[in-house]
Design a protein around this ligand. Structure first.
Ligand SMILES: NC(=O)c1ccc[n+]([C@@H]2O[C@H](COP(=O)([O-])OP(=O)(O)OC[C@H]3O[C@@H](n4cnc5c(N)ncnc54)[C@H](O)[C@@H]3O)[C@@H](O)[C@H]2O)c1
Length: 449
């Protein structure tokens, strides 16, 4: 589709419905590793907590997301789904959701910029009561509409909004009773909106649940980022020097996995506490300018812009590989690279060569989330908890729509604990319970000296 064309399909826009059988098989395979979400689905089927609600989700269209979408539908929601990244859609999964569940899906792997935003438009045209984001794209667009900043909307969304009356635009935003957000980058933006007093409805920061970031960001991103890089390049990690930019939840997880695979790991940070932690975890902490000439593989996991800049690229060795696993493709300065280097020359799927003089640099997946572009994203077992949080967050929004303030909230701690308990149960892991004496001891200040 050309950059200017506009899609008109209102119920779905997917690559090929004939892929549905494969999508169903793979979604069922993922479901086997999602016992917590399965239990929730059974309860949702009985209780229908989302009955009559229209829900628009902008998530990576993967087998795990399919299981979430079906759970939300089981709870009574009318679900529309668009992709949260142009490269992360699994086309067979999209086909399965459309054919076997009648879910409206707007997502095609490799879609161009215009199509990506036309799919966001289609999700908004679903007139959601609840939105579910991974990176705040739906909420971001709704706020540009609310604040009448139409020039800040991508053209396919702007053109559609311009056809709506002012009352209709107001109704679109006012119709949203609440939203949920999956990732760190989205939560940072939403907190900034709340701080500026512009947030139009309550948002549940799913990322802030312990059963989300402690496991999904650390173990999910850790493993799947390595998986994506290995699938894209087939490079040997053992003995190589890997530079991990950012030692937050994702960076920690990736550094741990890549060290386990035999790499020498260097960490770059801007936060003294995180840098200290990395140093004491046994990594070498250096500024990017020192890491640049020695790294074989550079991976950004910061949620920040221009972490790897042209000055670093110029200093890199011939053959260095650059990948990103942070939310947006802004962590490697690709614009600067374009202006400085010759290329890109495709080398193999997800690998492009750039030349700076005689030196070759290889950028993976156009700097987009490597674990979702070149691999399958996080394993289902970890998404089980993240998406149990999403489903419970949607229910929480419905149950508490009248009392939740227009702010960024966490789901209540007892729900977070419940997800952890269910996961342990499903893993066959038992834990001790407090004895009455222990409970009393922990609650007192005058015992035990
Ligand atoms: N690939 C995935 O599937 C996936 C999954 C979860 C989160 N994410 C995304 O990954 C990114 C990181 O998430 P997180 O949960 O680890 O966040 P986090 O806040 O825990 O960690 C980010 C770290 O990056 C550091 N940092 C910021 N700017 C830096 C710079 N210029 N150089 C070096 N370090 C810098 C911060 O100090 C922080 O320690 C976010 O964009 C998030 O949305 C991706």
């Amino acid at each position: 589709m050309s950059e200017t064309a506009t899609r008109t399909k209102s119920t779905n826009d997917i690559k090929d419905i004939k892929l549905a059988d494969e999508g169903r098989r793979r979604t069922e395979w993922a479901e086997r590793s999602m016992p917590v979400l399965r239990q929730l689905r059974q309860r949702f089927e009985r209780e229908k907590p989302l009955s009559g609600k229209r829900l628009a989700a902008c998530l990576h269209v993967t087998t795990e997301t399919a299981n979430l979408a079906v759970t939300l539908q089981a709870g009574g929601a009318d679900v529309a789904l668009c992709g949260s990244n142009p490269l992360s859609t699994q086309d067979d999964v999209a086909a399965h959701l459309v054919r076997d569940h009648g879910i409206k899906v707007f997502a095609i792997k490799g879609e161009d910029h215009a199509t990506y935003y036309d799919h966001i438009r289609a999700a908004l045209a679903h007139r959601p009561d609840i939105t579910m984001d991974d990176g705040a794209d739906l909420v971001g667009a709704l706020h540009m509409i609310a604040l009448n900043r139409l020039d800040d909307l991508a053209p396919p969304v702007r053109k559609w909004v311009e056809t709506l009356s002012s009352a209709d635009r107001k109704a679109l935003v006012a119709g949203v009773i609440g939203s949920t957000e999956e990732t760190t980058t989205g939560v940072i933006r939403l907190k900034a909106m709340a701080k500026d007093g512009v947030l139009q409805f309550p948002v549940i920061a799913v990322n802030d649940s312990q059963t989300k970031h402690l496991f999904d960001n650390r173990y999910g991103t850790g493993q799947s980022t390595l998986d994506g890089i290995v699938r894209a390049t087939n490079m040997l990690i053992a003995g190589s020097t890997v530079v991990v930019a950012g030692y937050g939840w994702c960076g920690r997880g990736f550094a741990m996995r890549v060290r386990g695979a035999g790499a020498n790991v260097l960490v770059t940070e801007i936060d003294a506490m995180k840098a200290l932690e990395a140093q004491m975890d046994g990594y070498r902490v250096v500024p990017m300018s020192e890491a640049a000439p020695v790294g074989d593989l550079f991976v950004t996991l910061t949620g920040n812009v221009e972490v790897i800049r042209v000055e670093h690229m110029r200093a890199m060795k011939d053959g260095a590989v650059l990948a990103n696993s942070g939310h947006f493709n802004v962590e490697i300065d690709l614009e600067g690279l374009k202006q400085t280097a010759k290329g890109p020359t495709p080398v193999r799927e997800f690998v492009e060569e750039w030349r700076i003089g005689e030196k070759r640099l290889f950028v993976l997946a156009d700097g987009r989330l490597i674990n979702l572009a070149a691999a399958e994203g996080h394993p289902a077992s970890v998404m089980d908890m993240s998406f149990a949080n999403q489903a419970l967050a949607a229910e929480h929004v419905v149950n508490n729509a009248k009392t939740l303030s227009k702010d960024v909230h966490r789901i209540p701690t007892d729900l977070d604990q419940e997800i952890a308990s269910l996961k342990l149960q499903a893993m066959g892991v038992a834990i001790d319970t407090l004895t009455p004496a222990q409970r009393k001891y922990l609650a007192s200040w005058d015992m035990g000296t």
